[in-house]
Design a protein around this ligand. Structure first.
Ligand code: ADP
Length: 206
C-alpha cells in the first residue's frame, strides 16, 4: 500500500464501551490520537461559542462566564431540536479544528481519530469523513457496558440505560465497522486485540 498521506483510522463505539481505554493504549505505543470529546470541550470554551450558546439556550446554562456542561446536556438530552441547534453552533468549529490537527500531523504514518458519535454525524460532514480510511468499533455486551458506565460515572441503572439507549445501537455500529474490537474480557485481552489490528495495518503498508 503506497501512501504519502497519513492513514486515518476512526475509532468509535458506544458510551463506556472502551474507546478511551483503546486510545490510551495506542498513545502509550506512540501513536497520535485526535480526541473529539476534547476538541468539543475546547470549542465550548471559546467566548464566541459561549455567547451563541447562551443566546440560544438562555443564561440558565451558564456558570459565571463558562458553560455548565451538565446543564446543557440536560437541555439537549430529550430534545432533538435543541440538539440540532447546538450541533449547528459546535460542529463547524469542531471539524475545522480537527482538520487543522490532522494537517499538523502530516508526517505521521497513521492517525487515530477518537469520535464517539462517528456514525451519528457521518452524513452531515461527508467531506471530513471521506478522509477516514477505516473504522474500528469498540464494542461490549450491554450488561458489561452498563456496569462499567455505572461504575465510571457513578450513576444508577436507569440513567445508564437512558444514556445507552439515546445512542445508535452497538450491534448496528458493528455492522458498519471495518474492524470490531470486542471489549468483554480483561484489559490484557483488549490490548492484544488492538495490537493484532495494528499488526494487520502495518503489514498492509509493506
Ligand atoms: P469510552 O471511552 O468508550 O466511553 P472507557 O474507555 O472510558 O469507555 O471505558 C469505560 C470504563 O470501563 C472505564 O472506567 C474503563 O477504565 C473501564 N474499562 C474499559 N475496558 C475495560 C476492561 N477490558 N476491563 C475492565 N475495565 C474496563
Amino acid at each position: 500500500m503506497m501512501q504519502n498521506k497519513p492513514y486515518i483510522v476512526g475509532i468509535t463505539g458506544g458510551i463506556a464501551s472502551g474507546k478511551s481505554t483503546v486510545t490510551k493504549h495506542l498513545k502509550g505505543l506512540g501513536y497520535e490520537v485526535i480526541d473529539f470529546d476534547k476538541i468539543s470541550k475546547e470549542v465550548l470554551e471559546n467566548r464566541f461559542v459561549i455567547r451563541e450558546v447562551s443566546m440560544t439556550f438562555g443564561d440558565y446554562i451558564l456558570d459565571g462566564d463558562k458553560v455548565n456542561r451538565s446543564r446543557l446536556a440536560k437541555v439537549i438530552f430529550n430534545d432533538r431540536y435543541a440538539r440540532q441547534k447546538l450541533n449547528e453552533i459546535m460542529h463547524p468549529r469542531i471539524y475545522m479544528k480537527a482538520t487543522r490537527e490532522i494537517k499538523k500531523l502530516h508526517n505521521e504514518k497513521i492517525i487515530f481519530l477518537d469520535i464517539p458519535l462517528l456514525f451519528e454525524s457521518k452524513n452531515s460532514y461527508p467531506k471530513f469523513y471521506s478522509q477516514i480510511n477505516e473504522i474500528w468499533v469498540v464494542s461490549s455486551n450491554k450488561n458489561i457496558q452498563i456496569s462499567r458506565l455505572m461504575l465510571r460515572d457513578q450513576i444508577n441503572l436507569d440513567e445508564a440505560e437512558g444514556k445507552i439507549d439515546s445512542q445508535l445501537k452497538l450491534q448496528l455500529k458493528e455492522k458498519l465497522a471495518d474492524t470490531i474490537i470486542y471489549n468483554n474480557g480483561d484489559l490484557e485481552n483488549l490490548y492484544s486485540q488492538v495490537d493484532d489490528q495494528l499488526k494487520n495495518l502495518l503489514e498492509g503498508f509493506k
